[in-house]
Design a protein around this ligand. Structure first.
Ligand code: AMP
Ligand code: ZN
Length: 468
């Protein structure tokens, strides 16, 4: 199966050709664990999970690496502001280590509920300080750094390709930067590799280094850890679009500066989830978490289904009404799957032909073309509604598609059908009336249920009901 992705580097769709045949290695910028992930962040992790599933579906052996940022990410993506972890600790009266543990657990709890497959490697910044120091030393030896005001900076003027992936115009970068936030910087685009002179005297997380006791800049952690686990030349790097101009641009400068060669072949960026009225942001305090959606009565998979409906490179507008629509679509889907299961086993995928095969092929074409999962979802609905395809084939195809959707369709069971105590009681009363030979009442109940769109089926195993 030939895959194609839109590469931010070069801004075009390209065929995926892995560095090593049959293998796909990719790195995703993980969460900064100073707060709960908001549903915007989670959209990005769903997108990365879809990428992973598509690669695996196409037969690649996956090595997915994701970092956990537990130090060094300032409240501004440049070098301004305060360390997010330290700020959260100060505000809540907890230690930074407690904060990190708590929000890391909460993050994995959320991703598990969303059926996001856990990456092969998850690595924390605080456990890779030595790798970061080694990388910075390489950059220092090659003349990319300068030490001033106590901090070690990366000098972007030494890296001629700076900003190429992000299409940053270096002339404008310099002229357009009216005020350099940090007056120690030779160029406003320079960034800190290692902080020793913190503006925050009581910074708790400090490590010894050749440049003094301090802590690493945020960008260097991703370069150091991705190269440790995926080598100096890797297939794919992902993140949200906000990372293009600063974080990923700086990561490229450091990684390619240190190794002297091309680092990442394909850059994939997920667009933002927007709230109808406000911008979703952790720092503004106005954000929705998965738990808030659950409190509103949604299943986490309703949110996953909602994410599947938009292409990862398009902005997605979130509203309660659209999540409500996803919820009923998913309910409908589960009911259809249940019916198919009740009618028989799934067929053999290898033996598909005719229209059934066309649906599967259309789905595969869509997902292979820059993760067209929302189109794949339409293929699935068309298939389910097509009277010309038999139930066994429908079931086998949809379960195969669910390897990408991740909606747990193979686990849909009769008990999971939404219970309704009122209907259950009526069905029971009808059974009792029948056994008491009160057929008039039994028929009355059947008619009443039919009027509500509920069909009763009597079988040797008992009576079951379903919505038509
Ligand atoms: P952070 O924990 O802030 O480092 O963000 C984690 C991931 O979420 C990054 O890949 C960001 O690019 C991404 N992200 C942040 N805000 C949004 C949003 N509103 N919608 C989608 N992704 C986002
Ligand atoms: Zn990163």
């Amino acid at each position: 199966m030939k895959l194609e992705f839109y590469n931010t580097s070069g801004r075009k769709i390209e065929e995926f050709v892995p560095v090593s045949e049959g293998k796909a290695g990719f790195y995703c910028c993980g969460p900064t664990v100073y707060n709960y992930a908001h549903i915007g962040n989670l959209r990005t992790y769903v997108f990365e999970d879809l990428l992973r599933r598509v690669l695996a579906y196409a037969g690649y052996e996956i090595n997915h690496v994701m970092n956990i940022t537990d130090v060094g990410h300032l409240t501004d993506d440049g070098d301004d502001g305060e360390d997010k972890m330290e700020k959260s600790a100060r505000e809540t009266g907890r230690t930074v280590w407690d904060i990190a543990r708590h929000y890391t657990d909460a993050f994995f709890n959320d991703t598990e509920k969303l059926n996001i497959i856990r990456p092969e490697v998850t690595c924390t910044a605080t456990e890779h300080i030595q790798e970061m120091i080694d990388l910075i030393k390489k950059l220092e030896e090659k003349g990319f750094t300068y030490l001033t005001g106590g901090n070690l900076y990366f000098d972007i003027s030494k890296f001629p390709e700076y900003g190429k992936m992000a299409l940053i115009d270096r002339q404008n970068l310099q002229a357009g930067a009216r005020v350099a936030v940090d007056e120690n910087k030779r160029n406003p685009g320079d960034f800190v590799l290692w902080f020793t002179k913190s503006k925050f005297e009581n910074h708790v997380m400090l490590w010894d280094s050749p440049w003094g006791k301090g802590y690493p800049g945020w960008h260097v952690e991703c370069s150091a850890m991705s190269m440790k686990y995926l080598g100096e030349h890797m297939d794919i790097h992902c993140g949200g679009v906000d990372h293009i101009p600063i974080h990923h641009t700086n990561e490229i400068a450091q990684s390619e500066g240190a190794s002297g060669k091309k680092w990442v072949n394909y850059w994939l960026h997920g667009e933002f989830l927007l709230l109808k009225k406000a911008k979703m942001s952790k720092s503004s305090g106005s954000f929705l978490t998965l738990t808030s959606l659950e409190d509103m009565g949604f299943d986490p998979l309703d949110y996953r289904y909602f994410c599947l409906g938009g292409h990862y490179r398009s902005q997605l507008i979130f509203s309660e009404e659209s999540l409500e629509a996803s919820k009923s679509a998913r309910k409908n889907l589960n009911e259809r799957i249940l019916k198919l299961k009740e009618r028989g086993e799934s067929g053999d995928l290898e033996k598909l032909d005719g229209k059934a095969l066309e649906y599967l092929e259309s789905f595969r074409t869509h997902i292979a073309r820059d993760l067209g999962v929302s189109r794949g979802l339409s293929d699935m609905w068309q298939l389910l509604k097509d009277p010309d395809v038999c139930d066994e084939d429908k079931l086998s195809i949809v379960l195969d598609m669910d390897r990408i959707f991740g909606l747990s369709l193979k686990d849909v069971k009769a008990e999971e059908k939404e219970g309704d105590p009122e209907i259950d009681a009526l069905v029971e009363e009808r059974n009792r009336s029948r056994s008491e030979k009160n057929f008039a009442r039994a028929d009355e109940i059947r008619d009443e249920l039919l009027a509500r769109g509920i069909e009763i089926k009597d079988s040797p195993q008992g009576t079951v009901w379903e919505r038509k």
